[in-house]
Design a protein around this ligand. Structure first.
Ligand code: NAG
Ligand code: NAG
Ligand code: NAG
Length: 374
């Protein structure tokens, strides 16, 4: 009887306790049962004042693209148990691009499964298939190990331990270290609908930035007065120095938001996010300046490829690439990376300088990308 009432009771407690359910939805109660001993053959386990705790020492983890990351999670019983119990573990996640910072967590997208494990059996799903495992370095260690981290693996992961009727969970945010850059089309400003913006970022070896990523970039000084799509379908731009034409002087510095725009019909620029690349981006030493076709060929001749915009930004931000020579990139734009600002190399702050998309017969240098280290 009690076992039937319990879920109902849990819902009531959940509603009554303010602040519950934001990051942990520990329903916070001790289960007393008198009808059964341990286990009733249905995989349900009844407790005598024993409580299941699921914990993570880190609420957020930051990693680099392509690396292996561990999202910590472990469980224990209080008081400690002598016998081992049959527990199920489920890792699920909310991709960063479905997390909308402006609505409550309950209104966000549904979590999808990453992996489930019971005993020694485990199963992984979707793009995580074959890429994840549980660490199991100690009893109760259910930390999730993800290999070959993708740009789009960021988001909120939930570690849920199910022991019969007890069900506790904890969430861990996964972030990637990287760089946000504004991007517009060769065809002009405010050209991309949402899908176009997504594709444009992917073509630059990047992905649409999340709200958190743009916010972090703004905190680090990104000031850009053209609105761009973000991964959650909103359109925003970061302003450090308030001014006319960029939301006005009366608004405090921050992200200016147009909110959700129509994904098909509305057109803007894009904010892309790129993280460390495996391999190197370098300035090609070449006896003469090159037009665009020659530039593509020159990189190929040296066993590499012409670099993409996301790769140049990542190399500038994460590897300190610094070169005061304008070079072609794969999208037909011409740019150069300045890590230490100096005279005759653009503005007084570090940055990637852009010449836009010059006619392709004009002559510049070129930046190449080599996938494997030479
Ligand atoms: C667990 O084992 C210890 C000795 O190893 C014993 O003292 C204790 O009573 C046991 N606890 C339970 C709940 O069985
Ligand atoms: C995430 O990125 C990987 C590789 O970069 C790709 O194969 C996968 O389809 C992407 N997943 C989603 C949901 O976009
Ligand atoms: C670049 O120069 C080559 C000759 O070296 C020429 O064949 C090619 O058409 C030029 N490309 C462009 C885009 O002007």
């Amino acid at each position: 009887m009690l076992s039937l009432l319990r879920p109902l009771l849990a819902v009531w407690l959940y509603l009554l306790i303010p602040g519950q359910g934001r990051h942990r939805y520990n329903n916070g109660f001790h289960y007393q049962d008198i009808t059964n001993g341990n286990g009733n053959g249905n995989g349900e386990i009844y407790f005598n004042g024993v409580r299941l705790h699921v914990e993570s020492p880190q609420l957020s983890v930051s990693a680099t693209r392509g690396s292996t990351v561990t999202l910590p999670c472990h469980y224990r019983y209080e008081p400690e148990l002598n016998t081992t119990r049959r527990t199920r573990v489920k890792w699920s996640w909310l991709p960063a691009n479905t997390i909308n910072a402006h609505v409550s967590s309950a209104a966000n997208g549904r979590e999808t499964e990453v992996m489930v494990a019971m005993g020694n059996r485990q199963r992984s799903y979707g793009s995580f298939r074959g890429r994840v495992r549980l660490r199991r370095s100690a009893p109760g260690d259910m930390s999730l190990v993800i290999n070959e981290l993708h740009l789009n693996d960021t988001g909120r992961y939930r570690c849920e331990v199910i022991d019969g009727l007890e069900d506790e969970s904890v969430t861990v945010e996964l972030e990637l270290r990287g760089v946000v850059f504004p991007y517009f089309s060769q065809k002009g400003r405010y050209h991309f609908n949402f899908l176009g913006a997504q594709q444009a970022c992917e073509e630059q070896d990047a992905t649409l930035a999340t709200f958190e990523q743009l916010f972090t970039a703004w905190e680090e000084g990104l000031d850009w007065c053209n609105a761009g799509w973000l991964a959650d379908g909103t359109v925003q731009y970061p302003i450090v120095v308030p001014r006319e034409g960029c939301g006005g002087v009366d608004l405090a510095p921050g992200l200016r938001s147009y909110g959700q725009r129509h994904r098909l019909f509305h057109r803007y620029d894009a904010f892309c996010f790129s993280a460390a690349v495996k391999g190197t981006v370098y300035f090609l030493e070449h006896p003469s300046k090159l037009n665009f076709t020659e530039a593509v060929q020159a990189c190929a001749d040296s066993g590499a490829q012409i670099a993409k915009v996301g790769q140049l930004y990542a190399a500038w931000r994460l590897m300190g690439l610094d070169r005061c020579d304008a070079g072609w990139l794969a999208d037909g734009s011409v740019r150069y990376p300045i890590a230490k600002a100096r005279a005759n190399c653009g503005p007084s702050e570090p940055g990637v300088r852009s010449f836009g998309f010059p006619p392709q017969h004009q002559k510049f240098s070129v930046y190449c990308y080599q996938a494997t280290l030479v």
